[in-house]
Design a protein around this ligand. Structure first.
Ligand code: APR
Ligand code: PHB
Length: 392
């Protein structure tokens, strides 16, 4: 088999990239290790920046998102029991975010890909990448026990943090930057109405909590927990009781509880690999970087990378290598700003077991400054809704 761009991974990065390339008449094939059901079963983030919404429209997959997604013009910071509304729209000249689950977005992308007749090989096992330092890269994989080869012009490594693409780069050619946090997030999904119309990010002495949603009838809640905790230790009842303790009386009273549809613990991590291009291999999304979820940037960064990558490849086929040559540098400028923001929000809103009393007071002072200064609130808001692209 031969294609122009071989994409490894059918998560949001790979699927959005495939759609943008196909729109521009560039042939692509996706190799995905898992089944479609498995990919759709992963519960992940749910907040899209305006620029990500625009990109999904450009890719032709925005219809259901606009019909069913919830535009949010603000959120609440609940700091030790006191509410502060961050008026995103008012502080950023009308910019908003869209609350729409990654699962739904992935479903829309899969349907659009099938409708466009594009090839996705699910359950492609033992994927390996070859020849990306030359002009004729190839991928090898097995499907139903038979070894196959896919020849291409370019490989897009959209295969997530544990994927094969980044792991195939010689160690001397790549530099990793990493920060592990000694805490995790315990998440619970339930078919209950959200506790409020907007998201609530709560800082509390018992630990951080987040009240988010997927729709008017489905809620997503998170509790900061210790990394040593096991999800089995958390009955639904214990989760709801602990959440109530971290909220203010208004939210605690309004909270509607119900059986969990899903419950899981995720560690918090910051990670960046540099560069994001190795000859004809490009990394995009979680394959190149991870952010802690506090700033809701993971999915948005994936969209931003593939926006740059699709434009670069379209330019290449039109006769200019300028876009692919600057891909890594331009992505990383935006990536590092989102890394900084996610690290900052994480640091400010969580209780860290290793924080000394001085750290704690400085964090309180910083939060006090952020919510009481227009400049502070604007910094938070403009990063949360998403920074502009350098080519806008
Ligand atoms: N071969 C083929 N496919 C692979 C391989 C492999 N060796 N390794 C991983 N994959 C697939 C995974 O099964 C997954 O479907 O690559 C896909 C990567 O998808 P994601 O992990 O969702 O990464 P990405 O598309 O970059 O999306 C980033 O997802 O993890 C969230 O917070 C993150 O919201 C952000 C978004
Ligand atoms: C979510 O709804 O899953 C979510 C929302 C906002 C975040 C992180 C996760 O900052």
């Amino acid at each position: 088999m031969r294609t122009q761009v071989a994409i490894v991974g059918a998560g949001p990065s790979g699927l959005i990239l495939g759609q943008l390339l196909a729109k521009a008449g560039i042939d692509n094939v996706i190799l995905e290790a898992q089944t479609p059901e498995y990919v759709l079963g992963r519960i992940r983030a749910g907040v899209l920046e305006q620029v990500a919404v625009d990109l999904l429209d450009e890719a032709g997959v925005g219809a259901r998102m606009h019909a069913e997604g919830l535009p949010h013009g603000g959120f609440t910071l609940l700091l030790d029991g006191v509410r502060h509304r961050i008026d995103l729209a008012g502080l950023t000249g009308g910019r908003e975010v869209m609350v729409y689950g990654q699962t739904e977005l992935t479903r829309d992308l899969m349907q659009a890909r099938a409708a466009a007749g594009l090839t996705t090989v699910y359950e492609a096992k033992a994927v390996s990448v070859h020849g990306f330092d030359g002009t004729q890269p190839r991928l090898r994989y097995t499907k139903d026990g038979i070894t196959q080869e896919l020849a291409c012009d370019f490989i897009a490594g959209c295969d997530g943090f544990h994927g094969v693409c980044r792991a195939s780069v010689p160690t001397g050619a790549i530099r990793n930057f990493e920060r592990a946090y000694p805490i995790g997030w315990l998440g619970l999904l339930s078919d209950t109405p959200p506790v409020a119309d907007e998201l609530i990010y709560a800082r509390h002495e018992r630990g951080f909590a987040l009240c988010s949603m997927r729709s008017k009838t489905r809620s997503r809640y998170y509790l900061q927990c210790a990394l040593t905790e096991k999800v089995e230790q958390w009955s639904d009842q214990r989760f709801w009781d602990e959440l109530r303790l971290r909220l203010d009386p208004q939210a605690a009273e309004a909270l509607v509880t119900g059986p969990s549809l899903e419950k899981s613990i995720a560690p918090l991590r910051s990670f960046v690999a540099e560069p994001m291009r190795f000859g004809r291999l490009f990394l995009a999304g979680d394959a190149a970087h991870i952010v802690p979820p506090t700033g809701a940037k993971g999915l948005n960064l994936a969209a931003s990378d593939v926006r740059y990558l699709s434009r670069a490849l379209i330019e290449f086929y039109a006769g200019s290598a300028a876009g692919i040559d600057s891909y890594s540098e331009r992505c990383l400028r935006r990536v590092w700003k989102a890394e900084r923001f996610s690290w900052w929000m994480t640091t400010l809103l969580h209780n860290f077991p290793d924080a000394d009393p001085f750290d704690q007071r400085v964090r309180q002072a910083e939060l006090d400054y952020v919510v009481h200064s227009v400049a502070g609130r604007t910094t938070l808001a403009e990063n949360y809704v998403g920074l502009p692209f350098d080519d806008d």
